[in-house]
Design a protein. Structure first.
Length: 268
């Protein structure tokens, strides 16, 4: 309890009872938590100043100690009354700014050695417990709600446009390189377009032999397919899945030219 020794030395001349020493210790705890004493009594007096010291006449009434405090930022003003009831001290503290009230009861013998009032190094005991009781019973309840620190938004991993089929590709600044897209010639691109309603991928559910991974001449269905579709049957740019062999020069046999055995036998 650094600082209390100097305070006790200044107040030692008027400390005559154990409760005086306890009030001195309570006063210093309030000072540690940012409060300064204004004076004694319920009402303010002339020329009051905030001070770390105990005011003159603070120990005059051994049954009821009345002290007023103000925080260093002037946000809180406390009225402290320490009332002796037999061997216990009841602390009643009111914050005049918020009208909040806190109460703590302390057994004087738990914190003061009455036979050592002349020796600071022996007069106090269980000092850590006293500090905890003052902090939890008076300081914390009378403080206003702590300001919530603004939480920075959690950094989200940049998801590539190709990892989320429902996400539109981001606009690329001028002079930057657009992200690479899967090659339309890749045989593993099957089903890609069905996952992307915005048409950012390639590869439908039908395995197009013309997209088997080998270079091929481009085909525009909107221009018509001889013998199958007239010109204009497929709107320009429309999605088109082939329903048969395209082109007259396609290598390999036509499966329709090899009917199964007994194709025309009605009894098979």
């Amino acid at each position: 309890m650094a600082g209390l020794e100097a305070l006790y030395a200044l107040a030692r001349a008027v400390i005559s009872r154990p409760q005086d020493a306890l009030v001195c210790g309570i006063h210093w705890e309030l000072v540690r938590h940012g409060y300064r004493c204004l004076g004694t009594g319920d009402q303010p007096g002339p020329d009051e100043r905030k001070s770390e010291l105990l005011p003159s006449g603070w120990e005059a009434n051994k049954e009821v100690y009345t002290l007023r405090y103000k925080s260093t930022d002037d946000a809180h003003e406390l009225l402290l009354k320490a009332i002796m009831v037999e061997d216990s001290m009841i602390l009643n503290v009111m914050d005049r700014s918020s009208q909040k009230v806190a109460d703590v009861t302390l057994a004087v013998a738990d914190y003061i050695n009455p036979e050592h009032l002349d020796d600071f190094h022996k007069v106090y005991k269980n000092t850590e417990e006293l500090r905890t009781r003052i902090a939890s019973g008076i300081i914390t309840p009378l403080r206003g709600p702590a300001e919530k620190a603004e939480k920075e938004p959690e950094s989200k991993r940049d998801v590539h446009w190709d990892e989320d089929p429902l996400r539109l590709p981001p606009r690329q600044p001028v002079g930057t390189r657009a992200p690479s897209r899967p090659s339309p010639l890749s045989p593993f691109a099957v089903g890609g377009e069905d996952l992307d309603p915005f048409g950012g991928r390639s590869g439908g559910m039908i395995v197009d032999p013309l997209h088997s991974g080998f270079p091929h001449p481009s085909i525009d269905p909107s221009s018509g397919i001889p013998g199958r579709l007239p010109p204009g049957a497929v709107p320009p740019g429309a999605r088109f899945d082939p329903f048969g062999p395209l082109g007259a020069g396609r290598p390999g046999p036509d499966p329709d030219h090899l009917p199964p055995p007994g194709y025309d036998d009605m009894f098979m």
